[in-house]
Ligand binder design. Structure first.
Ligand code: PMP
Ligand code: GLN
Length: 383
């Protein structure tokens, strides 16, 4: 095999999902929701299939979905994008990320990403011949904060792109307005393009608000904003994502994307176009459910002696495994299904730097309430 795929092996999500299947353990690993999708959305997608919406959509995406995405960005963030040329529909956020990195990076370029980070980032950079440079998030009590000095010192003359992910996987962190301001200033100063992955934009808890970096001064022109329907509507298998940005950057992403998949999922795109207009009402209900599951899991982990960190958003929370006598999250996660009947994901799978902490483990709470309750009981019994 070519050098670019060597060492990539099988993703940790595949490995842990297989382990859950084999052992029958409660699966709090991969971020696959067990929660229902909007009934109207499911009806609409079936109707679109039966009505014959089954051939290629335009490569840039189904027109009504591009319009709905543009309307969403304007309504929520006050950002105007032209659905003709500034919005591109992709095969999930994953393809948007890979296409953006292919479009923006030349071999030898460097991409900054906060460490830990989603595992598709280093892989995407590698396909582009670029290198991801990890900027550690600093532990601060039960949460994580930007280390502005570490960020500044990571910039080199080869830095081209800053990859941001807020709300963040795996920490559940939401970058504050102040942190976004520091990041934006640095990107303006060094002429960096920002690729911001906001797939959890609607899943922010405790009444907090997600802010988008493209809305800061001087940032719209240098930012590609990525999101996806998967998490917002519990349809991760549909793989419909999108990217918004200035026309020149979006055109470059589209140039790569058209030769990866060309286009995908016409009936899904058609149904989502209608659903996105009503996202606020739907997401308010989903947030209530997820926040409740987060609280159950967080309290349960604490009772089991696995100190939880605070998840402000998203699907995941992390815990410190050292009180159980482990320092290696990978070993902990391999033994957890037999020791406790639960599957989790080692944060190490998201680490960029070899000296990043190895004692953190990620649990997902986008599961049915009875799954979360049963996992908690098992963890407490095994403690
Ligand atoms: N970005 C982050 C931060 C994620 O957690 C995920 C996982 N689902 C993705 C991107 C991928 O999104 P999609 O399924 O839309 O490709
Ligand atoms: N985003 C999901 C997670 O972090 C998994 C997506 C995948 O399996 N690639 O668990």
């Amino acid at each position: 095999p070519a050098a670019r795929v060597q060492g990539l092996g099988t993703s940790v999500f595949t490995e842990m999902t297989e382990l859950a299947r084999r052992t029958g353990a409660v699966n709090l690993g991969q971020g696959v929701p067990e929660l229902p999708s909007p009934p109207g959305l499911l009806k609409d997608v079936s109707a679109a299939v039966l009505a014959g919406s089954n051939q290629y959509p335009p490569a840039v995406g189904f027109p009504a979905l591009r319009e709905a995405v543009a309307a969403h960005q304007a309504r929520r963030y006050g950002l105007e994008y032209d659905p003709q040329g500034e919005v591109l529909v992709t095969t999930g956020a994953t393809e948007a990320l890979a296409s953006a990195l292919l479009a923006l990076c030349d071999p030898g370029d460097e991409v900054l990403a906060f460490d830990p980070c989603y595992d598709a980032y280093p892989a995407g950079a590698r396909f582009a011949g670029a290198k991801v440079v990890g900027v550690p998030l600093a532990e601060h009590g039960d949460t994580f904060v930007l280390d502005a000095d570490a960020l500044r010192s990571a910039v080199t003359p080869r830095t081209r792109v800053l990859l941001l992910n807020s709300p963040h996987n795996p920490t559940g962190k939401v970058f504050t307005a102040e942190e976004l301001g520091v990041i934006a200033a640095l990107c303006r100063e060094h002429g960096l393009t920002v690729v911001t992955d906001e797939v959890y934009e609607h899943l922010v808890y405790d009444g907090a608000q997600h802010a988008t970096i493209a809305a800061l001064e001087g940032m719209r022109e240098r930012t590609l904003t990525i999101s996806s329907a998967g998490k917002t509507f519990n349809v991760t298998g549909w793989k419909v994502g999108w990217v918004c940005g200035p026309a020149e950057l979006v055109r470059a992403v589209g140039a790569a994307k058209q030769f990866l998949t060309y286009a995908s999922g016409t009936p899904y795109q058609e149904a989502l176009a209608r659903m996105l207009d009503g996202v606020e009402e739907w997401a308010a209900e989903l947030r209530r459910t997820l926040q409740h599951h987060r609280d159950l899991l967080s309290r349960g982990l604490a009772s089991a002696g696995l100190r939880p960190y605070r998840a402000e958003a998203g699907y995941f929370l992390q815990a410190d495994i050292r009180a159980w006598g482990y320092s290696d999250g990978v070993r902990f996660c391999r033994e957890l299904p037999t020791r406790a009947g639960v599957v989790a994901i080692p944060t190490a799978a998201f680490n960029l730097r070899p000296d990043a902490p190895s004692y953190l483990v990620r649990f997902s709470f986008c599961k049915r309430e009875d799954s979360v309750i049963s996992a908690v009981e098992k963890l407490v019994n095994a403690a």
